[in-house]
Design a protein around this ligand. Structure first.
Ligand SMILES: Nc1ncnc2c1ncn2[C@@H]1O[C@H](COP(=O)(O)OP(=O)(O)OP(=O)(O)O)[C@@H](O)[C@H]1O
Length: 247
């Protein structure tokens, strides 16, 4: 498998806390990788380092053969890394399809306000994405009125409109009812496979990790403490003790 994202020796501290303490991790094209670990172990810090919201004091992040460590978040997004959920990215007063159309326009650097909403080609492209996420019936719903599960799918649709190669997801099933979480993940997985998107997701729900992740990476104290197939990693006594038991 071809490496898509590579982190080497990432370090960053806040006061005395080492939120990244020599992080090394490679994500391969087509993988669906889960990150687990106790609160405060540095999972979100890692996503922030990959998207340019934080700069490491040392270490490098590569997207294929390009160093992205010192790039601005907007440039990194243009190079192909998108993020969903942690940053509220829906315009809550606009309809779902308008949100997707604005993201399509942003991706193409068309900034004139309202222009994208008048372009028929964008309607078609946005509808294709909405159908992929099963949201076609909600295209004209005001985004701010969507229930949580659908809001998450709309958020992912907006992220996908940026045509990412790698999508970072912060807890895709948090706030979603027990009944809805598997159908939500099924829809997300199907959409990502259809668009050849590689994904990295932070998750606290071990059932979701076991069912959907190709690989799981366990974080502890700013470091990767274990990684591998979920069925193997979840049996590792160190993981059970320090991570799964603590979740
Ligand atoms: N901007 C910041 N300023 C100060 N401290 C920070 C900042 N971001 C993270 N930290 C600290 O760095 C450590 C790692 O935090 P991080 O949010 O990355 O952990 P996490 O594994 O994502 O936790 P959680 O599961 O609770 O989201 C914590 O001790 C946190 O308090």
């Amino acid at each position: 498998m071809k490496p898509l994202l590579k982190a080497e020796g990432l370090e960053v501290s806040f006061g005395g806390v080492k939120a990244a303490d020599g992080v090394n991790l490679t994500i391969h094209e087509g993988e669906f990788v889960a990150i687990i670990g106790p609160n405060g172990s540095g999972k979100t810090t890692f996503l922030n380092l990959c998207t340019g919201y934080l700069r490491p004091s040392s270490g490098t992040v590569w997207l294929e053969d390009r160093k992205i460590t010192a790039m601005a978040p907007r440039l990194i997004a243009r190079k192909g890394i998108a993020r969903a959920f942690q940053i509220p990215q829906l315009f809550t007063d606009h309809t779902v399809i308008e949100n997707v159309m604005l993201a399509l326009a942003a991706h193409r650097n068309i900034w004139e306000a309202l222009t994208p909403l008048n372009r028929p080609a964008y309607v078609e492209e946005a509808m294709e994405l909405l159908e992929l996420l099963g949201l076609e019936e909600h295209a004209k719903t005001i985004a701010g009125t969507l229930p949580e599960g659908l809001r998450k799918l709309a958020d992912v649709t907006v992220a996908m409109a940026l045509r990412p190669r790698l999508l970072l997801l912060d807890e895709p099933t948090s706030g979603v009812s027990a009944l809805e979480r598997f159908p939500l993940m099924d829809t997300l997985m199907k959409a990502m496979r259809a668009q050849n998107i590689t994904a990295l997701f932070v998750e606290h729900d071990m059932e979701i990790v076991e069912k959907y992740a190709d690989r799981v990476v366990v974080w502890d104290s700013g470091q990767v403490m274990a990684e591998g197939r979920p069925d193997t990693v979840m049996k590792d006594p160190r993981v059970l003790k320090s991570v799964v038991g603590a979740l």
